[in-house]
Each structure stands twice: as structure tokens, then as C-alpha cells.
Design a protein around this ligand. Structure first.
Ligand SMILES: *[C@@H]1O[C@H](CO)[C@@H](O)[C@H](O)[C@H]1NC(C)=O
Ligand SMILES: *[C@@H]1O[C@H](CO)[C@@H](O)[C@H](O)[C@H]1NC(C)=O
Ligand SMILES: *[C@@H]1O[C@H](CO)[C@@H](O)[C@H](O)[C@H]1NC(C)=O
Length: 471
């Protein structure tokens, strides 16, 4: 009897050890996959949506992603030849009796009952910025690894509807700038270099649209020097993934992408008091030159800020931004002004001078950076403004977990609800704070205004739309 008890105790001990060490024992798998090929000539643009690309199958934890443009011999094409505007991966479910062409060159998702878009955790409207991983030129030397014991859960069969399969879409936007009249102008999709009058859907461009994604869609052409002779090449995306089998000891992370152009509005339902965030992400924006009066200082900077509400709080595991050439830094602040994550670009040298070849990242100490449910965060991006820059972006990519490895719950004081954020934002507005930056951590003054805010909130009986003023 005693021996049996002892041996079952030993077994339990061994099992628990095995569970505790399951993570260590799991081998990280790594593989490079290739997209179908696309051809590029000097000045040409590749904007391809590759459906059902090769991908690791099974119930897995995705750990990292990087993508390079390569030629038929697997040589990486440098950015000064082919500028990788961006490349990313998106998940979807496809019915087995539904077909999608392997490649589309327009930004319209397949529609119908057989296609279900499975976006990340947000937060832009509709299907915008729903990718799990993806960057531009900075992928060259930016770590994207999800640290242990966290992972992006994919391939879980439970949520996949009967008759559907989980598949992946790879999006590639690349611009061949060999022989370009203005390499950086082509990379910025400047309108005067593309000679376009309509966007990819045939809608006329507005007169004050000087450049951006609406000028450099598939089949457009950037201006190349007349004497330049370059060959047409057949290229592919090589995307390298690392992953591990999913086991219960892995802590899943949620994937968020915040866009600095997001003109978020909080809509308060007057009867229930429920607050909902409505997003309006524009993806890109324009930095105006500070030289309008002809004597701007060199080194002047453009600050852009927006306020965004965190849908579901948690522990920050990883932070990274996608910025374009000319960027200085980008920061996400908490409601009390604390820095949640700040990143800055690393610029290349030699032929890669002026291109972002890497980005600093945030891997906070486990449990050190928490975001509250509904917390209002300030998203800031800073660009140099010596000249006008078109089509710039500032996307904050954040991985958040409900708990950290050895801390089962959020620390005390992180249980404010969504309303707190709304109240203090309202307070800021009433205080004439404007500028959108909720940075003062002055709880006392803010508290007084909260009272006023709530009285007003009650008085305004109809649906109250709060518009956050952006600076
Ligand atoms: C595809 O299959 C689903 C059930 O799995 C069915 O409801 C649908 O009508 C089918 N569509 C076509 C075009 O056959
Ligand atoms: C610009 O496009 C128009 C027609 O869309 C064409 O006639 C003209 O030659 C183009 N200009 C240049 C410089 O390519
Ligand atoms: C970002 O850059 C601007 C301009 O150089 C600077 O004023 C600001 O302090 C920087 N932000 C952070 C968080 O370092």
C-alpha cells in the first residue's frame, strides 16, 4: 500500500516536473517559405495578395516572422533596389467548397459565406490592420520573437467552423526603385512621380493628396531616368517563421496594432451608459514641411498624437513600431503619462543610408508594464519635417498577455474600468486641455473635473459623441 502511494506520489512529482519543464523541452521549429513569383522592372510596383500561402500546420504557437525579397537564386535584394514598403500575414478561414484565386492585386478581400477573415485583436475598424506579423524594410534587423513562455496561438481547431480550413494570406508591397529619378520619392509614393489621377478603385484623387498608398498600387509606375536600362526580374518573398507545438503551459498573447492616425471616438449610450470606441484609422498621413515661411529650422520635428482606448488590458510582452524614413521615434504613453513603450528607428549606412533597417523594441521585464482595461493611451510619433513627407505611417504593434509567467493576476490598482478613462478624458476636455494628450497624472484636479463631467454627461440626454481632438 505504502509502496503504491509512494510510487504514485513519485509519478505525480515526475508529471508535474514534466509539465513545468514542457516549455524547455519543446524544440523551436524554423523554416523559410516562398511566395509565388512576381516580376519587377525599374519603377514598377508589386502589390500582391497571395492567398493560401505555405504555412506551418497544426495547433501551434507562432514565435517570429521576417520577410525578404529574394531573386530566383535566393539572393536578398537590397532596399535601394527594391524598396519593401511592407509585407504581412493575415489569417482567414476558407470553406472547402469555396475558391479564391491564388493571387489578387487589389485590396478587396474575397466575399461570400465561404470566406471568414480572422483578424488580430484590433483595434482599427473593419478589416484594417488585421495582420499578426508584418513590417517593411526594418525587418532586416528587428527582432520579432515572442519571448518564452508566450506565443501567438494559431491552428486551434476548436473555433474553425465545420467545413472550413484555416489559411494564411501574405501581402507584399514592393517598389522597384532602380534608376528612379528620386528613389525616396518613389518609396514615399509621391504623386508627381507616379503620374496617377485615380486610386486603385478608380476614384479620383483629391487635389491636396500629394502622395501615399493611393498613388503606388499594382501596375503603377514610378518615374525612371530616361537613360537607365534595367532588366525585368522575377522575384519572390521569402518569409521565415519560427513556431513551436502548442502546449497548455504556453501563455497566449493578444496582438494589437494601434495606428497614430486613428481618430477614435467614444460613443456613450445614454440609456445604458455603455461606452463603445469607434475607430477611424487612415493608415498613413502626411508630414508638412516646417519651411512654409521659408525659414524653418533644420532639425525641426513633426509631432503627431492620438488617443486610443485599450480594449482589454494586460501585461505588455513585446512592443514594436512600423515607421517610415524620416521617423525619429514613437511612444505609447499610459493614461498617467508613464511610458509603456518607446521605440526608435535604426538607419542604414552606405547604399542603405536613409532607409530604416531596424527598429528598437520593447521587451519589458515580465510583469513590469501593465495596461488597464479601457485605459486611454496616448500614441505619439515624431518625424523630421525639413521637407514634406507623404504616406508616412506610425503603427504600434503590441503583444499583451492576461498574466505573466509567475504572476497570476494584475497588480493591485489595475482594476479601474473603462469609465475611468472616459471620465478623465472628458475632464481633460472640460479643463480645456485639448491637444489630446492625457499626460498630467494629477489625480486630484482630474477628480474634480470628473464630477463636472459626469453631471454634464447626465444632462446631455441624447447620444453623446466624444471627439478626441488631435494635435
Ligand atoms: C458550401 O458548403 C456549405 C456547407 O458547408 C453550404 O452551406 C453552402 O451552400 C455550400 N456552397 C456552395 C456554393 O456549394
Ligand atoms: C501621364 O499619364 C498620361 C495618361 O494617363 C500620359 O498621357 C502621359 O504621357 C503620362 N506622363 C508621363 C510623364 O508619363
Ligand atoms: C522623440 O523625439 C523628439 C524629437 O527629437 C524628442 O523631443 C522626444 O523627447 C523623443 N521622445 C522620446 C520618448 O524619447
Amino acid at each position: 500500500m505504502a509502496a503504491a502511494a509512494a510510487s504514485s506520489l513519485l509519478l505525480a512529482l515526475l508529471l508535474s516536473l514534466a509539465t513545468a519543464q514542457a516549455w524547455e523541452a519543446l524544440p523551436l521549429q524554423k523554416r523559410a517559405f516562398y511566395s509565388p513569383s512576381f516580376s519587377m522592372a525599374p519603377g514598377s510596383v508589386a502589390f500582391d495578395y497571395f492567398y493560401d500561402v505555405e504555412f506551418p500546420r497544426g495547433h501551434l504557437a507562432l514565435k517570429s516572422f521576417r520577410a525578404d525579397v529574394v531573386d530566383a537564386d535566393d539572393n536578398v535584394i537590397p532596399y535601394h533596389e527594391v524598396y519593401l514598403h511592407h509585407s504581412y500575414i493575415v489569417r482567414y478561414y476558407q470553406a472547402r467548397n469555396y475558391s479564391i484565386p491564388p493571387v489578387l492585386d487589389i485590396e478587396t478581400l474575397p466575399y461570400g459565406d465561404g470566406f471568414i477573415y480572422r483578424r488580430n485583436h484590433g483595434i482599427c475598424q473593419g478589416d484594417l490592420l488585421g495582420q499578426y506579423f508584418g513590417l517593411g524594410t526594418e525587418m532586416q534587423s528587428t527582432p520579432t520573437a515572442v519571448p518564452d513562455p508566450y506565443g501567438i496561438e494559431i491552428g486551434n481547431p476548436a473555433p474553425i467552423p465545420h467545413g472550413f480550413d484555416e489559411k494564411w494570406l501574405l501581402v507584399v508591397h514592393a517598389i522597384d526603385t532602380r534608376g528612379a529619378v528620386d528613389r525616396f520619392g518613389c518609396a514615399e509614393c509621391r504623386r508627381d512621380l507616379y503620374n496617377v489621377t485615380v486610386d486603385q478603385f478608380g476614384e479620383p484623387l483629391k487635389d491636396d493628396y500629394y502622395g501615399g498608398l493611393s498613388c503606388c498600387y499594382a501596375h503603377t509606375q514610378c518615374k525612371v531616368r530616361e537613360d537607365y536600362e534595367g532588366t525585368t526580374r522575377s522575384l519572390r518573398m521569402r518569409y521565415t517563421l519560427t513556431w513551436t507545438e502548442w502546449v497548455p503551459s504556453i501563455i497566449p498573447v493578444r496582438v494589437y496594432i494601434f495606428d497614430v492616425t486613428d481618430d477614435m471616438k467614444l460613443v456613450v449610450n445614454p440609456s445604458s451608459g455603455a461606452v463603445a470606441a469607434k475607430h477611424d484609422c487612415l493608415i498613413e498621413y502626411m508630414v508638412e514641411s516646417c519651411h512654409v515661411d521659408g525659414n524653418g529650422e533644420k532639425g525641426c520635428a513633426d509631432f503627431k498624437k492620438s488617443i486610443v482606448a485599450m480594449p482589454k488590458g494586460g501585461n505588455v510582452i513585446f512592443g514594436l513600431t512600423h515607421l517610415h524614413s524620416g521617423a525619429i521615434n514613437s511612444t505609447l504613453y499610459g493614461q498617467d503619462g508613464r511610458v509603456l513603450c518607446t521605440t526608435k528607428p535604426i538607419y542604414g549606412e552606405g547604399m542603405e543610408e536613409g532607409y530604416i533597417v531596424g527598429m528598437s523594441t520593447c521587451y519589458p521585464e515580465p510583469g513590469s508594464v501593465w495596461i488597464d482595461d479601457g485605459e486611454l493611451m496616448v500614441h505619439e510619433s515624431v518625424y523630421t519635417a525639413e521637407r514634406r513627407r507623404t504616406g508616412v505611417m506610425a503603427l504600434f504593434y503590441l503583444l499583451v498577455a492576461d498574466r505573466v509567467a509567475d504572476t497570476p493576476a494584475a497588480p493591485a490598482g489595475f482594476n479601474d474600468n473603462y469609465f475611468m478613462g472616459v471620465r478623465s478624458m472628458l475632464a481633460e476636455k472640460l479643463a480645456g486641455g485639448g491637444g489630446g494628450a492625457v499626460r498630467s497624472g494629477d489625480g486630484g484636479a482630474s477628480g474634480a473635473f470628473v464630477g463636472v463631467g459626469l453631471v454634464l454627461l447626465g444632462a446631455v440626454a441624447t447620444a453623446l459623441l466624444l471627439r478626441v481632438k488631435r494635435s
